[in-house]
Design a protein around this ligand. Structure first.
Ligand SMILES: [Zn+2]
Ligand SMILES: [Zn+2]
Length: 219
């Protein structure tokens, strides 16, 4: 399934993309799923029924959480998460509650991720391609992830309809719910859809090296 992992509805103050426009256009842009990742809120879940829509599009509610050390994409049971936590607090808590934390656009010149995110031992995944980054910023993220045992993911970071679906992630599993989505990331069952399928053979995300054969998404 092709997912856009990182999309802002107009609940984010910087976005002009209504939920209705996302729902109306995602399928025709080739997407099977979208993750709504507004800044510091999961209130998009009040506007759309999470899960599979009538047209087959799977909608997942996530969040892009701001910390003093950079932004973290969160997928899991994070409704009600209070603002202002440190990166260390968020990254320690996420796996403990069955969620996934992703370092968002870690090498972007504005709002990069600091060492409190990138060096955290519980960090699972890194956004190595972000649709709003410059090419050299994405390249730096790919270089960072290489050989570190981190899961490589991507997202458009759409704040407008034109950006929706630009950087899709291929999930190698049937996703019908947030739990399915989180499980797929934890298992490393994804790869950058724009890439040749060079990643995966024998690789698996950090902490899961004891699971040979997982089609992990590593660069
Ligand atoms: Zn924004
Ligand atoms: Zn974003």
């Amino acid at each position: 399934m092709l997912f856009d992992l990182h999309v802002h509805t107009d609940l984010s103050p910087c976005s002009r993309l209504p939920v209705a426009a996302i729902l109306a256009n995602a399928r025709r842009r080739g997407l099977d799923g979208v993750c709504l990742t507004d800044h510091d809120t999961m209130d998009a879940g009040r506007l759309v029924r999470e899960g599979v829509q009538d047209d087959g599009l799977c909608v997942i509610i996530g969040m892009e959480y701001a910390t003093p050390e950079g932004d973290i994409l969160l997928f899991g049971p994070f409704e009600g998460l209070r603002p202002g936590l440190s990166a260390r607090e968020v990254l320690s808590m996420a796996p403990a509650v069955g969620g996934v934390a992703v370092a968002a656009h870690p090498f972007r010149s504005w709002r990069p991720a600091g060492p409190g995110i990138l060096r955290h031992e519980r960090l699972l995944a890194v956004e190595v391609e972000n649709g709003r980054n410059r090419p050299e910023e994405n390249l730096a993220a790919r270089r960072f992830v290489a050989n570190r045992g981190l899961l490589a993911v991507c997202g458009s970071d759409a704040h407008s309809l034109e950006e929706l679906g630009r950087v899709p992630l291929r999930i190698e599993a049937a996703i019908r719910s947030r739990a399915d989505f989180v499980a797929a990331l934890l298992a490393g069952n994804c790869r950058l859809a724009g890439d040749l399928p060079h990643c995966g053979a024998g690789a698996s995300p950090r902490g899961r090296r004891d699971r040979p054969g997982g089609a992990a998404c590593m660069v």
